[in-house]
Design a protein around this ligand. Structure first.
Ligand SMILES: [Zn+2]
Ligand SMILES: [Zn+2]
Length: 257
């Protein structure tokens, strides 16, 4: 929080790659002194405008990895910003592992979005996919990227202030080393449902992870691909956890810890 302003996490999408009726692919809009996106699915420019927020203060896009469900909104975002005549001088900063940024640039190429007249200026910022790194946070809260395990991909998570965004990840030592005792809140991939699957955490191992980290005050389960019938069973796994645990829904908003 700065002065009277509260920093807010807007949940643009809480779904996994597997489509369901109620959730679009997971991504988040962080409202601080500026706006930042974590992942880029759906139609981010529309989501910013319909909340009545100022799209001209969008500064950062933090990409967790290059899978389609996390990055397909990028051409739409850049095209919209070009239509609005924004970012002709001040660049938009996009962060991700080298492999993720390669996917991002390749997605823009067929539309010539980086070449056209008055193109949006993009500053491509590769983050280290193998160790935790502090990023430039000129306009917002402190941001750190950290590596996570998600198949063989160069996947990373991000920490903004005391909130951890895991992106797609399993609960292993790599994630544990990113969640130190100063972390307060975690937005965590529960794509496995009741139990982990290759590349995704599940309720069993997330509950175990939380029990070992009583300093975490809240845990938000996301990247949900299981049916609503399963939701109660998933939440039952957390009954003995100290943290307040909830399943995210599209449109949720809460304070950034
Ligand atoms: Zn995913
Ligand atoms: Zn993925």
């Amino acid at each position: 929080m700065k002065g009277n302003r509260v920093d807010i996490v807007h949940v643009l999408g809480s779904g996994s790659a597997k489509p369901t009726a109620n959730r679009i692919n997971s991504s988040y809009l962080i409202e601080t002194a500026c706006l930042s996106l974590i992942d880029c699915s759906g139609s981010p420019s529309h989501e910013i405008l319909r909340r009545g927020l100022d799209i001209t203060v969008l500064r950062h896009v933090y990409l967790t990895h290059g899978h389609a469900d996390h990055i397909y909104g990028l051409p739409s975002l850049i095209h919209s910003l070009w239509m609005l005549g924004l970012f002709r001088e001040e660049p938009l900063a996009i962060y991700g592992s080298p492999k993720t940024l390669e996917v991002g640039r390749a997605l823009l190429a067929p539309f010539g979005l980086e070449e056209r007249k008055n193109a949006v200026r993009i500053q491509w910022n590769p983050v280290n996919a193998w160790s935790a790194t502090d990023l430039n946070s000129q306009y917002g809260p402190p941001v750190t990227s950290f590596p996570v395990t998600h198949g063989n991909d160069e996947a990373v998570g991000y920490r903004l202030a005391d909130t951890i965004f895991t992106g797609d990840a399993v609960c292993d030592d790599l994630l544990a080393s990113a969640v130190d005792e100063t972390a307060r809140s975690i937005i965590i991939d529960c794509g496995g449902g009741l139990s982990s699957t290759p590349g995704h955490a599940g309720a069993d191992d997330i509950a175990d992870f939380l029990r070992r980290r009583p300093h975490l005050v809240s845990a938000h389960l996301t990247h949900v691909g299981f049916s609503s019938d399963e939701e109660e069973l998933v939440l039952e796994k957390f009954l003995d956890c100290l943290a307040s645990v909830r399943l995210l829904s599209d449109g949720d908003q809460f304070e950034l810890s």
